[in-house]
Every structure is written in structure tokens, then in C-alpha cells.
Write a protein that binds this ligand. Sequence first.
Ligand code: 5GP
Ligand code: MN
Ligand code: MN
Length: 333
Amino acid sequence: ADWAAAEALIRALPSTSRVLLICHVNPDGDALGSMLGFGLGLRRLGVHRLQATFPGPPEVPDPFRGLPGLELLVPASAADPAPDLVICFDAASESRLGELAGRLSTAPAALVLDHHASNPGFGTVNLVDPRAAATSVVAEQLLARLGVPLDRAIAECLYVALTTDTGSFRFEATTPAVHQLAARLLATGISPGDISRRVFDTRPFGAVRLFGEVLGRARLEPAAADGRGLVWTFATLDDLARHEQRPYVLEALIDSVRCTAEADVSCVLKQTAPDEWAVSMRSKGAVNVSRVAVALGGGGHTFAAGFTGRGTAEQVIEAIRGELTGALLAGDA
Ligand code: 5GP
Ligand code: MN
Ligand code: MN
């Protein structure tokens, strides 16, 4: 990680520079929170020609509609002036940037902030820390180096990012440093109860019924990988249409599946086109699901990864089964 170069890049920005902030497709709390929090920080440094955007449909998922800094979000258009600097948040690879990937490669400078071990470092300057619990941890460190004080708005963005990516401080990456950062964020006066209710504990009734249906068709395969189970389910475009729900509501589904005691690996297949599925995978520690995902064209972290699957749901699961044994973690059998 090249902290000095990243700091110099930002410090050298004239106040008239145009900075484009981008994050990965289907943005989650870490992608949006680190991008908007850092954008608000840049504004405090006097950089005002800021545009934040993400690939795909421009709708912000309901859980993130209360984030400060949403006014920075402007859908990208071909008429946009060329930016002097592009900053990319929480994207493990350029492929996660969809139609915005070109913006990054043609910009005079590109700064990549991320925490995926598989990130090849596709910027001109890269701050990639695989030990960081969230990209927001990296973003906050850079803001601190730049001397930007944490205000409530920045803190709320970074808190949403930190809590979403650590599963509310439940995952292994929850280090003392994570709690120390959370303490600094809370000290600005943000309301963790309100934030958590909005981000984690609010969904439309239709989504509750949709979850019931999709969880009702979950399958448990006892001997999927070395005697440890695989649990999986799928949600179709028709399921979404019948319950009048937008695709983002399915992002929380994996959390209701991965709690299965009999399974180490859990998968949710979310249909995105007739023969296409966004696949979420989790492991409790026996399988490196990132290896499975990379083998099938995706990526992610050791215990949380994903890829785009093609064919029927059964074909996608068969492809996963084929990769599981090879992805068993040594010494864990
Ligand atoms: P989720 O299951 O929450 O969508 O994603 C879990 C992890 O897998 C995230 O760190 C995300 O970056 C990664 N991931 C999910 N889907 C894909 C994908 O299609 N391609 C790649 N490269 N990574 C993915
Ligand atoms: Mn993310
Ligand atoms: Mn992240």
C-alpha cells in the first residue's frame, strides 16, 4: 500500500480539479459508505468538483437512502467532462466497475482503495489492505493522514460501511483497531440505533414474504465437501416480480441461509437474467470460497465471495460442487 503516494496525489489536487468517485456494481454499505464518506472529506479539503457514481441502475438501495453525501451521487453520462482523478472504492477488479471501467483506465490518475486480497492493483496508486475489515478503514486512514477531521456526516458514512462489512462486528476481521475506529466514529455523535434500524432491520412486507418463500425451498446437502454440508437456495426474477420487490432486498438473504448449523458452505443464487445468476457464497471456515469464486470467474474474500453463474440454478450449483473439494482449507479436515 502506497500511503505517501496517495497522500501526495490528493494534496497536489488544485481546488478546480474534477474528481470522479466510483465503486462496485450493486453497491453495498462499504462501497457507498466509503465512497461518500471520503467524498465529504475531500469537500472539507476544498475539492468541490466532485461526482460520485456507480455502474448499473442508478437507484440507491432503500437501506442506504439516509446516508449523508447522497447529493454527491450523479449518474454518469457520456457528456461528463473528463476527470483529473478517479478514486475507486471496494472493487476487487476492474470487471466489478461495469461500464465505468473505461473511466478509470483513461483518467490521468486513478487511486484504488480496497481490502480484497485478490485485488491486482489496477490503479496508478493503490491502497489495498487485505487485513482491513472494510474499505472504509482504508478511507479513514487516508483522511486522517490528510488531516481531515471526522464530522458526523463523514462518520455516519464510514460507520455504515464498517458495520455492514463486519456483520455488525461479528466477523473475524473485527480487530481492536476496528472497535477503536467505531469508537472514534461514535464520538462524533452519530446514532447507532437509528442507523442499524435503517440499514439492517427495515424491509418491505413483500420482502418478508419473499424471504419466506425462498428460504422454504432451501436445500441441505450433507456431504458436499469432506462431510461438511452445503446449504443453498435460489431466487428468480419471477419471485421478485410476484412480490413486487427490487433485487437489492435479496442481499440480506445469505445471512438467513448461512446460519444453518449442518452446513459449512452456504450459497444464494439470485437470478439476474433467464440464464444468469449473481451467486453469493459464505463459509464458516472449512472452505476458501474465494477460490471457488475465482475458479468460476468471480472473486471476494476467503469466507465471503461471489461470481456470475450461467445456466440453470442446478447447473450453477453443480459447478460449485465441482470446486468445493479443491477449495478445502488445509489442516481443517
Ligand atoms: P456478496 O455475496 O455480499 O455479494 O459478496 C461477497 C464478496 O464477494 C464481496 O467481497 C464481493 O466483492 C465478492 N463478489 C460478489 N460477487 C462477485 C462477482 O460477481 N465478482 C467478483 N469478482 N467478486 C464478487
Ligand atoms: Mn462491497
Ligand atoms: Mn468491502
